[in-house]
Design a protein around this ligand. Structure first.
Ligand SMILES: Nc1ncnc2c1ncn2[C@@H]1O[C@H](COP(=O)(O)OP(=O)(O)OP(=O)(O)O)[C@@H](O)[C@H]1O
Length: 235
């Protein structure tokens, strides 16, 4: 079943078109990657999915809802981890989760979430004192606290060391195994190769390829997703 359907999405800022006729769909239960060059329109596209920005034209259906119209309901049913999300420095891990849980009608069990995300031992640490890896884990926990059907993760492992990246990938796989569909915005080809079932590749606001990582290698005849990306963009 299709959880997201995007058709001919267009968005301009001050007359400059940054998303130019983008179409793709996401199936329930998959990890779907949104990849692309800098400024390709990835964040704008996922912001339209969340109802944070209004498209100029095109149609979007997320969980059968229109993000521009049904924003409040989507906010309850979609978990989002935003690029560079920051919290008050003194807010402790558990306090942050309790605060966010209070925004939802049927939140997740916070104790369970702390354990699942490896945050139990860090529950009393203030946000300002957390390492990059722990901040990232907390931001994923916050995206999951409302028991979402869909989680949107933007720049999941930017700035993390290789160990923290591996751990974060494992967490994301666990989240998917628990039944949550995931849209992952990433710059990292190794991350996409490891995690994504399918992906859309954007360049200058347009879709240049959609498919599984293996299909992208087959289309381009390249040995790695990194080389396929280079071959397909700015070409
Ligand atoms: N609020 C805004 N006003 C004007 N221009 C914007 C705004 N937000 C984004 N842009 C521009 O729109 C283009 C697409 O931005 P967007 O953030 O969607 O791309 P992206 O693919 O996520 O980029 P990156 O990989 O660099 O994060 C960029 O050129 C960006 O500078």
């Amino acid at each position: 079943m299709r959880l997201i359907e995007v058709s001919e999405l267009r968005k301009a800022y001050a007359g400059r078109v940054v998303v130019d006729g983008v179409s793709f769909s996401v199936e329930r239960g998959e990890i779907f990657g949104v990849l692309g060059t800098n400024g390709a329109g990835k964040t704008t596209t996922v912001e339209c999915l969340q109802g944070l920005r209004s498209p100029d034209s095109g149609t979007i259906s997320v969980l059968g809802l229109d993000p521009a119209r049904d924003t409040a309901e989507l906010r309850r049913r979609v978990g989002t981890q935003l690029q560079d999300a920051r919290l008050p420095e003194k807010l402790r891990v558990r306090e942050a989760l309790s605060l966010f849980a209070s925004f939802y009608p049927n939140p997740a069990d916070i104790e369970l979430l702390l354990t699942q995300l490896g945050l139990d031992a860090h529950r009393d640490i203030a946000f300002g004192k957390l390492s990059g890896g722990l901040r990232q884990r907390l931001s994923i926990a916050l995206a999951l606290v409302g028991r979402p059907e869909l989680a949107i993760l933007d720049e999941l492992t930017t700035g993390l060391d290789p160990h923290a990246r591996q751990e974060t990938w494992q967490l994301v796989e666990n989240v998917r195994a628990s039944g949550v569909t995931i849209v992952l915005v990433t710059h990292f080809m190794d991350e996409a190769q490891r995690l994504c079932d399918r992906l859309v590749l954007l360049d200058q606001g347009r879709v240049v390829a959609t498919g599984t990582p293996a299909e992208l290698l087959a289309i381009t005849g390249q040995p790695t997703l990194h080389e396929a990306f280079v071959a397909l963009t700015r070409g």
